[in-house]
Write a protein that binds this ligand. Structure first.
Ligand code: PLP
Length: 463
């Protein structure tokens, strides 16, 4: 086999025609792909990736909001190979365990929000959220409340694609023709001030209106039928980085407590320092009963996710185990040793390098460069926290009016940004940025310089 200069396989594996012929691409227009072909990314170095033509891109999205330590962290490679050489696979079913799983469970619960002392591992954020649904049902069955089963999610939320998590996801295109959502999933409004506020409505008044709408939904559905509410502390890919308006989560939590409804925090994007604190929950006084994590748990080097639960939920799981004979749930690769070893090393690196502190220190520059884009004629709003941000593209800034859905302005900006050497992500009328947590100020400038040039190109294009 002929290896290229960086060890890339040159035996035809990167023949774009073979990609088109055989590889099904998620979240891709499969029809258009046949003529467009793939962008083949061959290797990574720090916050950068390189395509098969050798072009370098600053990965302003950490790929899929996940490669927190960038693309060449040697310690993670070593952790994986050490584990592969020692115990490449074992499981945690039926009283078995292994050192990497035990270490990861204790390390993760030690940094988790208060009270989340137990964790069940899986491989993806979708599975973690599916597990959270099952546990909310299991918990209520254990407590003898078989009617308390509905899960409230929000329109614009993204919680994954499996049948349960895909139902929680509140993006109609992700339900269309997949026969989702399933029964017992209800969607509340997303509290996006930019998209939902009435003319002249303050953020506080908007939050109050969102809370009364949420309360009305709970009353309409019947609180005795509602098991849980799930939310991303800061909404990521579904709505386009939506920050909650002031007082929103306080009000939600008051209502949930009143009606004994569990709160599930989806920290799949916001976890592990992305927002400048360890958890998105930390910014908004969120005290979850369950929390789901994935992505940055292993800096995406290996697929691993977790559903963390409170003592009360764990007690109910024990009670059901006594009754049924076992906690009858789990996937073959739950706490996979190689994934767990890489996650352990990732968490060690976060601590040793004070990654959360680094994000907090980088945040002012990120916020300043993001906010500066507000002056751009195509930008209706910018939103951000930590190293997570979005630019809302507007046809009419004053009226907060988007371009026609068919205009393709978001994808155009994304494509132009690539020409300028930065990867950003178009989400309908919004362009998101979420660089690796290791970026420095010069790279933040590089990211926003590239995005600004792409916006300028789009301005010419739409005229
Ligand atoms: N939850 C959130 C907030 C996400 O952003 C994602 C993925 O982007 C998921 C869940 C689903 O994770 P996965 O794609 O690993 O199934």
């Amino acid at each position: 086999m002929d290896l290229g200069p960086q060890g890339a396989v040159k035996d035809g594996a990167i023949d774009p025609a073979k990609d088109v012929a055989h590889l099904i691409h998620p979240y891709t227009n499969l029809d258009a792909h046949a003529s467009r072909g793939p962008v083949v990314i061959e290797r990574g170095e720090g916050a950068y990736v390189f395509d098969s033509n050798g072009k370098r891109y600053l990965e302003g999205m950490s790929a899929l909001w996940c490669a927190s330590l960038g693309f060449s962290e040697r310690r993670l490679v070593d952790a994986a190979t050490r584990q592969l050489a020692t115990l490449p696979y074992y499981h945690v079913f039926n009283h078995r365990s292994h050192p990497a799983a035990i270490q990861l469970a204790s390390r993760l619960t030690a940094i988790a929000p208060e009270g989340l002392n137990h964790v069940l591992f899986a491989n993806s954020g979708s599975e973690a959220n599916d597990t959270a649904i099952k546990l909310a049902w299991y918990y209520n069955n254990a407590l003898g409340r078989p009617k308390k089963k509905k899960i409230i999610s929000r329109w614009g939320a993204y919680h994954g694609v499996t049948i349960g998590a895909g139902s929680l996801t509140g993006v109609p295109a992700m339900h269309a023709d997949f026969d989702l959502p399933i029964a017992n999933v209800v969607h509340a409004e997303m509290p996006s001030w930019y998209h939902g506020a009435r003319k002249g409505e303050s953020r506080e008044a908007f939050a109050a209106r969102m809370l009364s709408s949420f309360e009305a939904l709970v009353e309409r559905e019947g609180p005795e039928t509602i098991a849980a509410f799930i939310a991303e502390p800061v909404n990521g890919s579904g709505g386009g980085v939506i920050l909650p308006p002031p007082g929103y989560f306080e009000g939600i939590q008051r209502l949930l407590r009143k009606h004994d409804i569990l709160l599930i925090a989806d920290e799949v994007i916001t976890g592990f320092g992305r927002t400048g604190r360890m958890w998105g929950c930390d910014h908004f006084g969120i005290r979850p009963d369950m929390m789901t994590v994935a992505k940055a748990l292993s800096s995406a080097y290996m697929p691993i996710s977790g559903t963390l639960v409170s003592d009360a939920i764990h007690d109910a799981m024990k009670a059901e185990s006594r009754k049924i004979g076992a906690f009858a749930h789990g996937v073959t690769y739950s706490a996979h040793p190689v994934c767990a070893a890489v996650a352990n090393e990732t968490l060690k690196i976060y601590e040793e390098r004070d990654i959360v502190g680094h994000v907090a220190r980088m945040s002012p520059r990120f916020a300043e460069r993001l906010a500066a884009l507000r002056e751009h004629p195509l930008v209706g709003e910018t939103r951000g926290i930590g190293l997570l941000g979005a630019v809302e593209i507007a046809r009419d800034k004053a009226e907060r009016k988007p371009f026609d859905a068919a205009s393709g302005v978001g994808p155009y900006i994304q494509a132009r940004a690539m020409e300028h050497g930065v990867i950003v992500r178009a989400i309908r009328d919004c362009v998101a940025v979420c660089p690796p947590l290791i970026v420095d100020e010069a790279q933040i400038d590089e990211l926003f310089d590239g995005l600004r040039s792409a916006l300028d190109d789009a301005r010419e294009w739409v005229l």
